[in-house]
Design a protein around this ligand. Structure first.
Ligand SMILES: C[S@@+](CC[C@H](N)C(=O)[O-])C[C@H]1O[C@@H](n2cnc3c(N)ncnc32)[C@H](O)[C@@H]1O
Length: 294
């Protein structure tokens, strides 16, 4: 924390219990994310710094501002960006990408000509995950076959960065050698850039996981959702996973982070048991016409 921010923080009003619960509830209702007691000081600092920026005196007046009208919606957008954990990197979970690549190869072998391999990266943050998936798809598909990767996130700020496809030079260290040549080129200010042929296969759009019902993506061959559900309550994780199963093509795979769910079953998927990844494969045919969730 810089000296300047530290001195601003020291003048922030205390976030009392009542205000803490109010903000906690708003955040969870609107994003699904839980803000535990241990993160109270993070919440206080984030709210306080934003309040200073816009000249708001108290947590309650800032709350009223955030929940009212179109201006509130714009302010909420900024706040969400400040409160979400956006940590990410290229090829973050090597085992998961290895699994994803072999799945993409298999799908590609069986896809009819002219049909694209479709991948969804949910909670994609600044795009490293989406482009990593695009790089593996690029290598996995048959000659002449195409693919599309959709990156979605709640924060419009991270999506802007994702669309730019520009990263720092140090990001290269995370990209395994075989993908670098086809996927990366020198970028501005000594950084790196995703090559156009990969970038053009990716699109980014704002989607709140809590509003999945309104998002039309269907028949995905791979849904990749890592390090997002960990911030949600268990019952919500189960609900979201059930909705994601519905978005898979028959034989499609849902890949989540290890340990993100332990007690979830859905009769339309089979658990992949290779011990390294948490993946679920959509059965070729629904066992019942009506979907029942266990
Ligand atoms: C820790 S990052 C994970 C990034 C990437 N999936 C990875 O594993 O490297 C979590 C991302 O989830 C996004 N997120 C949090 N709540 C969300 C919601 N309700 N809907 C969509 N995205 C959300 C955050 O904005 C953030 O970019």
């Amino acid at each position: 924390m810089s000296q300047q921010i530290r001195s601003v923080v020291s003048t922030l009003p205390e976030l009392d219990d009542e205000q803490f619960v109010r903000w906690q509830t708003l955040l969870e209702d609107r994003t699904g994310m839980c803000m535990p007691e241990q993160r109270r000081s993070f919440l206080q600092t984030s709210l306080g710094l934003r309040m200073k920026e816009i000249g708001c005196e108290s947590y309650s007046s800032y709350f009223d501002k955030v929940v009212s009208g179109p201006a509130g919606a714009i302010e909420w957008n900024t706040l969400v960006d400040r409160l979400t954990v956006q940590e990410t990197r290229f090829f973050r979970d090597r085992d998961a990408y290895e699994f994803a690549e072999s799945h993409c190869r298999e799908v590609s072998r069986n896809l009819p000509d002219g049909q694209a391999l479709e991948i969804w990266s949910l909670g994609c943050s600044t795009g490293e995950e989406t482009y990593s998936l695009a790089m593996i798809a690029d290598q996995a598909v048959k000659k002449g076959q195409t693919y599309a990767v959709t990156g979605t996130d709640i924060s419009t700020f991270v999506l802007r960065k994702a669309r730019s496809a520009e990263y720092s030079r140090s990001a290269l260290d995370w990209i395994p050698e075989p993908y670098r040549k086809a996927g990366i080129e020198p970028g501005g200010s000594g950084g790196i850039r995703i090559r156009d042929n990969i970038k053009q296969r990716c699109c980014f759009t704002q989607v709140n996981i809590l509003n999945l019902g309104a998002f039309p993506l269907r028949s995905q061959h791979l849904i990749y959702c890592q390090n997002v559900l960990i911030y949600f309550r268990r019952w919500r994780r189960r609900e979201i996973l059930n909705m994601l199963v519905e978005r898979l093509a028959p034989g499609g795979v849902l890949l989540i982070g290890s340990g993100e769910i332990v007690d979830w079953r859905n009769q339309n998927v089979e658990t992949c048991k290779n011990g390294k990844v948490t993946a679920f494969v959509r059965k070729q045919l629904d066992t019942t016409r009506e979907t029942e969730w266990r």
